[in-house]
Ligand binder design. Structure first.
Ligand code: AMP
Length: 284
């Protein structure tokens, strides 16, 4: 694996690879890599001649400074995992490399898509996400961009950003990788107390029950039931559970309203915020 810390050096290397006809797959991450990240890199490796991964803990997307400070940083095991996956290129830039003084980022209009759920509860978060992904894409110029379904609203915004840019980069969304007990893998899971880690299965259990509940209850009733269940354990507080149209991310009142229905949840387990989602229905 080749490591780059400087934007210009990475760009020169990738330009030379591109000139040789190499297709580039790219998985941006914030490190503390786990099997979820590995699934993106494996797919990128399988579908492209050259696989690029970046590790950059983006300060502009943290609406909570304590969360940024405590975000796990595990450089050595991350490098070892990437080597074991035979990832080709690691981009590991400093904040100054990503955000030089003269940088300008275009603004995008996402309508109501960034106003709900994570956008509503984490003000400014998506501005930071869009800013960093725009900058990273501009540097790497990948043929394919690999992102996880775990961050449903995030990949939806990036899909719209790429469209508005007129970009030729294809967005490839990879399924959620879970622990054996159902908890969606997240870099933040290591910060859960043992008790909260054990109880965190409530999130995937609740999401998996929704379709059955929807067969005999209204969307509103199901949301109430789910929120009650998510808040039933000590130290657990649901922030939201929304049942939305998978394209517009707007809440629906009836599952028959939409061909694509997704439930997204954010839950506090102590002072750790966990998110998860499930596709309840997707008709072609
Ligand atoms: P992060 O390092 O949290 O910014 O995540 C980097 C990428 O990995 C994002 O596209 C995430 O959606 C994806 N990702 C994170 N967790 C998982 C998971 N459990 N399964 C699949 N993809 C994931």
């Amino acid at each position: 694996m080749v490591l780059f810390k400087k934007v210009e050096e990475l760009k020169a290397y990738l330009a030379a690879q591109r000139a040789k006809g190499m297709q580039i797959g790219y998985a941006p991450t914030m490190g503390a890599l786990h099997r979820g990240h590995a699934s993106l890199i494996k797919k990128s490796k399988a579908e492209n001649g050259l696989s690029v991964c970046s590790i950059f803990v983006n300060p502009t997307q943290f609406n909570d400074p304590a969360d940024l400070e405590k975000y796990p940083r595990t450089e050595a095991p991350d490098m070892a995992l990437l080597e074991s996956l035979k990832n080709d290129v690691l981009f590991y830039p400093s904040v100054a490399e990503i955000y030089p003084d003269n940088l300008t980022i275009p603004t995008f209009d996402f309508g109501q898509i960034d106003k709900v759920m994570e956008g509503f509860h984490r003000p400014g978060h998506f501005d930071g996400v869009v800013q960093v992904v725009y900058r990273l894409i501009d540097i790497v110029q990948p043929d394919r961009l690999y992102m996880g379904q775990k961050d449903f609203q995030q990949f939806t915004l990036i899909y719209h950003m790429l469209k508005q840019m007129g970009s030729s980069t294809e967005l490839v969304v990879c399924p959620i990788i879970r622990e054996e007990d159902g908890l969606a893998l997240s870099s933040r899971n290591v910060r859960l107390t043992p008790e909260n880690r054990a109880n965190a299965t409530i999130i995937s259990k609740t999401l998996s029950s929704l379709n059955e509940w929807l067969s005999s209850h209204s969307v509103q009733q199901v949301k109430e039931k789910a929120l009650a269940q998510l808040g039933s354990l000590p130290d657990f507080k649901p922030e939201y559970l929304d049942i939305v149209d998978g394209y517009t991310l707007q809440p629906i009142n009836d599952v028959e309203e939409s061909p694509y229905v997704v439930a997204c949840a954010a839950v506090w387990a102590g002072n750790i915020r966990l998110i998860d989602n499930i596709i309840l229905k997707k008709l072609d």
